[in-house]
Design a protein around this ligand. Structure first.
Ligand SMILES: Cc1cc2nc3c(=O)[nH]c(=O)nc-3n(C[C@H](O)[C@H](O)[C@H](O)COP(=O)(O)OP(=O)(O)OC[C@H]3O[C@@H](n4cnc5c(N)ncnc54)[C@H](O)[C@@H]3O)c2cc1C
Length: 350
């Protein structure tokens, strides 16, 4: 756990109730990883028969509060101001901590995005508690109401269960892509308490002058991911993968070494230190299947591996294993897909 732990335990922890989830927003919408937090937060709240309360900080919050209700949130607490339009760590942490101090939640969850990680530790320090970072399994002991926050350690080989017994709220951040987005129900409503606030200018220490998107797609949103590893042998191998991804309407992913050698940008990296994806179809081409990669794709619906080594570890995790050279198998796949689509054959350079 990180954060400043007060040596003195929280007074009367039994008085702390409900599960809080901080909702990250972008351009007027709740980000997907925060919807995932609503899903796991609701599960936990139901186990102890408590409420799921979502925190929104930003501007023009009503539509997002409505959205949170559709996904299963029982109540939204919001701090609203034009000064809070874009994410700013200090005021966002200030209002989240203020809600904690007023409402005394037992549990507080945040998605472990860049902003979420930034925010969680500051909220923990302000609330004099700790935070278990980057959890992949979250549960609750229903009798003691203790959060069972599990996170991978030792290069993903072991799960450590971390308990915060003496301080409240029990905070955790959760790895994006691991938990499922719950089904939204039109017409499902929630209680809303959105307050117009005047932000202390001392809290606004940065000015955002604009946004430039780094990538035009988010690999975690794709239904089909075609990933390449060191087995591609060269940067140009990714062009072949691009062609396959294009035929299938998917995007290209990569193992970390393929990124490290500079064949493709880091935004494409799948795995422990990259993105966690759960597409309908994941194709792993020239990827050996080490634990740090597997953790980022094992929840895909269907996994196809292409590997020249018949004993490659990835075979264990695959629904279909093509034991072949990538440069023989992929052009064949592309040709077959084009035939199925009724397109004429095109020469594929390898
Ligand atoms: C702390 C930490 C974090 C990490 N995070 C990540 C992460 O986020 N993502 C990640 O991917 N890795 C991560 N790694 C690295 C990970 O341990 C592995 O080293 C990496 O996943 C292996 O990448 P690879 O499968 O591309 O390469 P290799 O292990 O070298 O495998 C290449 C595969 O290609 C096959 N091959 C070779 N030539 C061909 C061919 N012509 N046709 C078909 N198959 C061929 C080989 O049989 C082999 O199985 C991390 C490691 C550490 C220690």
């Amino acid at each position: 756990m990180t954060g400043l732990i007060n040596a003195v335990p929280t007074d009367k922890p039994e008085e702390y109730r409900n599960v809080f989830v901080f909702l990250e927003t972008r351009k007027g919408a709740i980000v997907k990883s925060s919807l995932e937090m609503i899903g796991i937060g609701k599960e936990i709240a139901e186990k102890v028969k408590e409420k799921l309360v979502c925190i929104l900080v930003g501007n023009d919050l009503a539509p997002m509060a409505k959205e949170a209700g559709k996904y299963g949130c029982d109540k939204v607490l919001g701090a609203e101001s034009p000064d809070l339009e874009d994410f700013k760590t200090m005021p966002y942490a200030h209002y989240a901590a203020q809600f904690i101090s007023e409402e005394k939640p037992n549990i507080f969850l945040i998605a472990a995005t860049h902003d979420g990680r930034d925010l969680a530790s500051r909220i923990a320090v302000k609330s004099r508690t700790g935070v278990t970072a980057d959890c992949t399994v979250i549960d609750i002991d229903p009798n003691e109401r203790i959060l069972l926050a599990n996170r991978p350690v030792y290069g993903e080989s072991t799960l450590a269960e971390i308990l915060c017994k003496n301080h409240r709220p029990q905070m955790a951040t959760a790895r994006p892509g691991v938990f499922k987005v719950p089904d939204a129900q039109d017409g499902r409503n929630c209680e809303k308490d959105i307050r117009r606030v005047r932000v202390d200018p001392d809290l606004i220490r940065k000015e955002i002058i604009g946004f430039r998107p780094k990538v035009e797609f988010d690999i975690t949103d794709a239904d089909i991911v075609v990933s390449g590893g060191l087995g591609l042998g060269k940067k140009e191998g990714f062009q072949v993968l691009e062609e396959l991804a294009k035929e299938l309407g998917g995007v290209v992913g990569a193992s970390r070494p393929a990124v490290d050698v500079g064949w493709i940008d880091r935004d494409h990296q799948v795995g422990q230190t990259g993105r966690v994806v759960r597409p309908k179809l994941y194709i792993a081409a020239g990827i050996s299947g080490k634990a740090q990669h597997i953790v980022g794709m094992k929840q895909s619906d269907i996994i196809i591996a292409i590997n020249s080594d018949p004993d490659a570890e990835i075979a264990k995790y695959s629904d279909y294993f093509i034991n072949d050279d990538v440069y023989a198998a992929i052009p064949e796949l592309i040709k077959e897909i084009r035939k199925l689509k009724g397109e004429k054959e095109v020469e594929i350079s390898t």
